[in-house]
Design a protein around this ligand. Structure first.
Ligand SMILES: [Zn+2]
Length: 424
């Protein structure tokens, strides 16, 4: 683990940690936990269902402005943004500030819950109970905490840091907030590294983005009466045949690859041949090539089952059907690229050096997060926890415990400061 930290990176971190302003920021984390709990409660009380993050984004933008970030606003995708300008003096003949590399520091705004599910937060000592408490109000609070501590400590990064609380991380949000930042925003090309906070915790480093692709399969036909129209192909049976064929696929354990049918809907009544059936399929893999193969297999299975059904009807009397009565459609309803950080990435070396300095026993892991987007574009990114601990994520019993939050905030701050230094 720490044996792989380059000694020069470790020195950079040690030097940063010795600066009086960094000490002051660390003090702020320690002394202002109550302020962070207040923010945490407030933001968690504002519902932010997928595609309904606007209220929470506005609240975050207000805090960004109060904390002295510059050019605060909400972009066309709904992301709340604010800049911390770097201290570097740009010399004549050097790259202008507006095109210098910057670091993105972000946390997603959205929850998996509908607005009605949120309710009132319950605070029991350091524990906060409310859906979304950890995922991702822990991340949002940590973003605010770092901005506040830097301001209080008069600590400026060398190069610009873009603070962001973005939309669309969960479910069918499909990472649209991050996609926008990295592909459509005017500063997309400037971002050379990204530190993404997602959930609670201090010791994980997500370096590998789990890829996923989701489909909606629809099979439709003329339908009819179960007795008088018997023989007309049954879309539910065809879907069952396709799913059975998919179930026979041998999926690799490494790179780990999975598929799931999670939802089926269709049919009219027990004595009707259905006109339509629909299934939703989730596929995941750490390897994008395997994911593509799996997609081909799914298409094959559906096509074969439908073709089989249409073939049998060609022998029936022609008034009961058209030439090919059964139709199908496979729509992509979500896609997250699989990608991994290089083992020798600067950002990974830096997190490891920070963890060695702070004596954090880290472990790397794979997850589907906002980091999938920069990683798939070849931009260095990690996803980290916003401190403390949590549980019941994506359930109504979700909780967050702020005990020990400041260790993660020190970790995040040192990482950001190191990444915002010009590469030598
Ligand atoms: Zn999350």
């Amino acid at each position: 683990m720490s044996s792989t930290v380059a000694s020069s990176t470790f020195q950079v971190i040690s030097q940063l940690a010795r600066q009086p302003a960094v000490h002051r920021a660390f003090q702020w984390f320690h002394l202002q936990e109550m302020q962070m709990r207040e923010w945490h409660r407030q933001v968690a009380s504002i519902p932010a269902p997928p595609f309904g993050e606007a209220d929470r984004a506005r609240w975050v933008a207000e805090q960004f402005a109060t904390l002295g970030l510059e050019d605060v606003g909400i972009d066309d995708c709904g992301n709340a943004l604010g800049w911390m300008r770097g201290a570097i003096k740009v010399q004549p003949g050097q790259e202008p500030r507006a095109s210098r590399p910057c670091t993105l520091f972000s946390a997603h705004l959205d929850t998996v819950f509908p607005a009605e599910a949120i309710g009132q937060p319950v605070q029991e000592g350091s524990i906060l109970r409310i859906p979304g408490a950890s995922d991702n109000c822990a991340g949002i609070t940590a973003v605010l905490g770092v901005a506040a501590a830097m301001r209080a400590a008069m600590l400026r990064p060398e190069n610009d840091i873009l603070f962001a609380c973005n939309v669309g991380e969960e479910g069918e949000g499909n990472l649209r907030g991050m996609r926008y930042v990295f592909t459509e925003s005017q500063f997309a090309a400037r971002i050379h590294s990204a530190v993404i906070l997602d959930g609670a915790g201090t010791d994980t480093i997500v370096t590998q983005g789990l890829g996923s692709k989701r489909f909606r399969i629809t099979i439709s036909g003329p339908g009819g009466h179960s007795w008088t129209d018997a023989g007309i192909p049954n879309p539910i049976m065809i879907l069952a045949n396709a799913l059975t064929a998919m179930g026979r696929l041998q999926l690799p354990g490494s790179p780990r690859t999975t598929w799931n049918v999670g939802h089926i809907e269709g049919g009219t009544s027990i004595n009707s041949i259905p006109q339509r059936v629909e299934a939703r399929i989730d596929t995941r893999s750490t390897d994008s090539a395997i994911l593509l193969q799996l997609e081909e297999h799914i298409h094959d299975a559906v096509e074969t089952a439908v073709e089989e059904a249409n073939r049998t009807t060609r022998d029936l009397p022609s008034e009961s059907h058209g030439p090919d009565p059964i139709q199908f459609e496979i729509a992509t309803i979500g896609e997250r690229p699989a990608a991994a950080l290089r083992k020798d990435a600067r950002i990974l070396n830096t997190v490891r050096a920070v963890d060695r300095h702070l004596q954090i026993q880290n472990h790397v892991s794979t997850a589907s997060t906002d980091a999938n987007i920069p990683l798939s574009l070849g931009i260095e990114a990690v996803s980290l926890g916003g401190g403390g601990s949590g549980g019941g994520v994506h359930t109504l019993e979700e909780w967050f415990d702020a005990a020990g939050r400041d260790l993660a905030l020190r970790r995040i701050l040192l990482l950001l400061l190191a990444l915002a230094q010009s590469e030598s």
